[in-house]
Ligand binder design. Sequence first.
Ligand SMILES: *[C@@H]1O[C@H](CO)[C@@H](O)[C@H](O)[C@H]1NC(C)=O
Ligand SMILES: *[C@@H]1O[C@H](CO)[C@@H](O)[C@H](O)[C@H]1NC(C)=O
Ligand SMILES: *[C@@H]1O[C@H](CO)[C@@H](O)[C@H](O)[C@H]1NC(C)=O
Ligand SMILES: *[C@@H]1O[C@H](CO)[C@@H](O)[C@H](O)[C@H]1NC(C)=O
Ligand SMILES: *[C@@H]1O[C@H](CO)[C@@H](O)[C@H](O)[C@H]1NC(C)=O
Length: 501
Amino acid sequence: MKCGLFLLLLSFATLGSKAIKRDDFPEDFVFGSGTSAYQVEGAAAEDGRTPSIWDSFVSYGYGNGSGDVASDGYHKYKEDVKLMAEMGLAAYRFSISWSRLIPNGRGDINPKGLEFYNNLIDELVSHGIQPHVTLSHFDYPQLLQDEYGGWLNRRIVDDFTAFADVCFSKFGDRVSHWVTINEANMVGINGFGLGSVPPGRCSHPYGNCSSGNSIFEPYIVAHHVLLAHSSVVSLYRSKYQGSQRGSIGLNLIIFHFEPKSNSTADQHAGERAWDFFVDWMLEPLTHGDYPETIKKAAGFKLSKFSHDESDQLVGAFDFIGLNYYAVLDVEDCPNDLPPYQRDVMGDMSASLPGFQKKGMPSKPQTLERAASGLRAVLEKMKQRYNNPTIYIHENGLPLKHDGSFNDTNRVKHFIAHLESLHDAMRNGSDTRGYFTWSFVDVLELFQGYEASFGLYYVDFNDKERRRYPMLSSQWYSNFLKRGQNMFGKFESFSEPQSMAI
Ligand SMILES: *[C@@H]1O[C@H](CO)[C@@H](O)[C@H](O)[C@H]1NC(C)=O
Ligand SMILES: *[C@@H]1O[C@H](CO)[C@@H](O)[C@H](O)[C@H]1NC(C)=O
Ligand SMILES: *[C@@H]1O[C@H](CO)[C@@H](O)[C@H](O)[C@H]1NC(C)=O
Ligand SMILES: *[C@@H]1O[C@H](CO)[C@@H](O)[C@H](O)[C@H]1NC(C)=O
Ligand SMILES: *[C@@H]1O[C@H](CO)[C@@H](O)[C@H](O)[C@H]1NC(C)=O
């Protein structure tokens, strides 16, 4: 499918005239919300936890704030689970802090870490809420970064698999869904290319980090991310899945790429963007090798998979989790440098205004545009990868964290995206769940505490980190409990709905 055709999908005219309802989705469709360990837990130096690469990232001054206390989820998990149950959530997506569970990266389990995640999972299960658990959400022990470079070294594959083994054996009896790596496609590009997410490595002129190599590292890292993911899936399938009966997948951030013009060059740039952001991960996981586009562009920088590695990669997911936030404009941007001087963006020969800076669009976009992109990416996933099972793991709207509980725009955002999702499902997309980001306000990756996404407002100036329901939490609860839709149908909002990031 050509990117240009996406433009034809923008219309909501085919929608029915009724507002979207819970019952428009299958009974077993999972509605949830999520957070991640470093962003919500706090208690960073408590009960035996050691620093992760995210603690270091913020200590370098990146990310606009620290997670030392964050939303204090470590101490408030019982209260939070109670709020989830009252809201009517079917599932909660969270992540396990590797450095809390296994503080040295390898070896001894921290009893306090084990107790915390056991308690959290028990609390969820006893309230009838499915745990959807991520093993690495932009974090792993800083010790492993110091010892051998973390994702840069193949040793991470064995260490990550051993960590996963502990998680499966200790928690797997109660966990329905495992996610190996959050935004697996961004770990290399953003973490080691642009330096915008932990561990914040990059090199001049591609970014301003204290160390790194934007030209080579993203390829090395993505290779190990894929090997680590498939190794963990293989372990789960051979040792645990038969008895525990959960499912396992990986998570990607996904954008709908919209070519800047109808020129063939921009159309091709849009296709290359998809290849670099999505196919880089999903082509190995469906056909056992990297996509031709990337092989051609990156040349010798790209490693090869052995025969056994390819075999282990193919089919190594039960579902794909997608974090969807935005449509990105893409423009052709020819790059004549040789591969050993180009970073990933240079190899892509495309320019994505805004993305290079923060990994997000820099300009506000209309809700209509953002929502229709969700349907377009789901359609593309369906057609390109033989209709895989999908969970929307993240979707939400950042608003200034200013003490207002009136997030009417966020409610409109959810309604519009659910309508778009419903359209995609009516046309065959095998999407099984939708998680809002985030359940409570958390330390945001890019905006720190300046902007937040929570259904519950957290007062970060209050030692108690008290939670307050946003309007959107009432709306979501009402939707889930099949109440009257307070906002009616999404019509069309032409004013910008999202904050510039
Ligand atoms: C976060 O960014 C804002 C705006 O740039 C700035 O005013 C604030 O001081 C920053 N906060 C921290 C904790 O870095
Ligand atoms: C790079 O980062 C350093 C340290 O944070 C800062 O002082 C400097 O101004 C930055 N340079 C550029 C070009 O952004
Ligand atoms: C591309 O062509 C279509 C149909 O001719 C037109 O409606 C659309 O506005 C064009 N898009 C751009 C970005 O020029
Ligand atoms: C919330 O904000 C919207 C506009 O964003 C406004 O129309 C509405 O009246 C506000 N609601 C309350 C309760 O203040
Ligand atoms: C619906 O699915 C069919 C079959 O995959 C596809 O050909 C068609 O383009 C899709 N329609 C829309 C509006 O996406």
